[in-house]
Design a protein around this ligand. Structure first.
Ligand SMILES: *Cc1c(COP(=O)(O)O)cnc(C)c1O
Length: 400
């Protein structure tokens, strides 16, 4: 969380939460007091030594940080570059999401909240939230689309075992956006609860708060790269983007250093123009989703269109406002990978390095063959999560 106090970066949001034209807080009036309370307090809490001590302690002893930075020799040889993997897959609960939920549960405690609500699509954020609620002995209610509850039975079971209440969202397409609507409705009726958002999305200050909590990824990368290569900067960082939190964390401390190339990879599903895709930066237009102005996939009437990807964590119809800004300013290059390319990349990493990645992460790996890499080019891929949860999908494609 180092920040040059004298020179404000253009990649830090304004006081009102804007990155260029993107961001802000577009919320019903009834939610204003909740969001304002958080906005008034989050920076002070995050920067307090009480918070920092507990956050760092839990990251080290509970999550298992720092996560290793691993030089993938066989992958490097294959692509003719020097490729490191930032091993977020080795975190407790198997992905980067816990960095955020640990941080926000402490923020909730500092605000005196005793009940946590969250929404989840595939269930990964729900599990990460239920985990920290168990840890802190706080009540947890997770909203989840009815369709997703059926599709993601193991994560539903995990949440229940952790003591969370899983509430089905039965409206609309019964998926993530409907769960979000239910969570917001509940929040309006129960303003004493803390709403724990799982990515760099939502009304200000959530995108900034989540980016700061995930920034531990690039903070560690700097130290680890320095120790392993003598230079704290890589040439290129690659991360997959659903809402954008693992990418925000991997990019964070490099945003102002234009020499470091940033590559954000979206899910192209069956193909960007197939009608079955989640490549928001390619297909989206400016609009408001989940309380912030950003780019999102919408129809001619401005209604959110249902995204598709083989990986449940990437089929989100928007991207966070920071990413919309990174796209607009071209600070990050946006690429995409189809289901098929991601599957191939997952099998390749498994067989070259003995690491089974999450399907989301496999999209980041899948752009390697599309790049023009050089032998001494130092590339860091953020390995956002492990593939245990995707085993059924992988088994179905073993013969392909
Ligand atoms: C949820 C998830 C993602 C996508 O979310 P971001 O906020 O874009 O990081 C990516 N990888 C894994 C392993 C996930 O669980």
């Amino acid at each position: 969380m180092t920040e040059n106090k004298n020179m404000k970066s253009k990649f830090q949001p304004t006081k009102e939460g804007y990155y260029g034209q993107f961001g802000g807080a577009f919320i019903p009036e009834l939610l204003y007091p909740n969001v304002k309370e958080l906005e008034d307090n989050y920076l002070q809490i995050l920067e307090s030594s009480a918070f920092q001590e507990e956050y760092k302690d839990l990251l080290q002893h509970y999550v298992g940080r720092p996560s290793p930075l691993y030089l993938a020799k066989r992958l490097s040889e294959k692509y003719g570059a020097t490729i490191y993997l930032k091993r977020e897959d080795l975190n407790h609960t198997g992905a980067h999401k816990v960095n955020n939920t640990i941080g926000q549960i402490l923020v909730a405690k500092h605000l005196g909240k005793t009940k946590i609500i969250a929404e989840t699509g595939a269930g990964q954020h729900g599990v990460a939230t239920a985990t920290v609620c168990a840890l802190m002995n706080l009540e947890c209610v997770v909203f989840m689309g009815e369709t997703d509850i059926k599709r993601q039975a193991p994560n539903v079971a995990r949440m229940k075992m952790l003591g969370a209440k899983v509430v089905p969202a039965t409206s609309g397409s019964k998926t993530l956006k409907d769960a979000t609507n239910e969570a917001i409705r509940y929040w309006i009726q129960h303003p004493e609860t803390y709403y724990l958002i799982g990515s760099v999305v939502g009304p200000h200050p959530y995108p900034d708060m989540v980016a700061r909590l995930q920034a531990v990824i690039s903070e560690e990368m700097k130290v680890q790269l320095k120790a392993q290569t003598g230079n704290e900067n890589p040439d290129t960082i690659i991360a997959c983007v659903g809402g954008g939190s693992n990418a925000a964390g991997a990019f964070y401390h490099y945003l102002d250093d234009e020499k470091v190339e940033l590559i954000a990879v979206e899910a192209a599903g069956l193909g960007v123009d197939s009608g079955e895709s989640a490549a928001t930066s390619q297909l989206g237009e400016v609009g408001v989703i989940h309380g912030s102005k950003t780019i999102l996939m919408q129809d001619e009437y401005g209604q959110i269109t249902e995204p598709y990807s083989i990986s449940a964590g990437l089929d989100y119809p928007g991207v966070g406002p920071l990413h919309a800004f990174l796209h607009e300013t071209k600070r990050a290059q946006f690429m995409n990978a189809t289901d098929k390319e991601a599957l191939d990349a997952a099998f390749e990493l498994t067989q070259l390095e003995g690491i089974i990645p999450a399907l989301e992460t496999a999209h980041a790996l899948a752009v390697l063959p599309k790049m023009n890499l050089k032998k001494d080019q130092v590339v860091v891929i953020n390995l956002s999560g492990r593939g245990d949860k995707d085993l059924e999908t992988y088994i179905n494609h073993l013969e392909d």
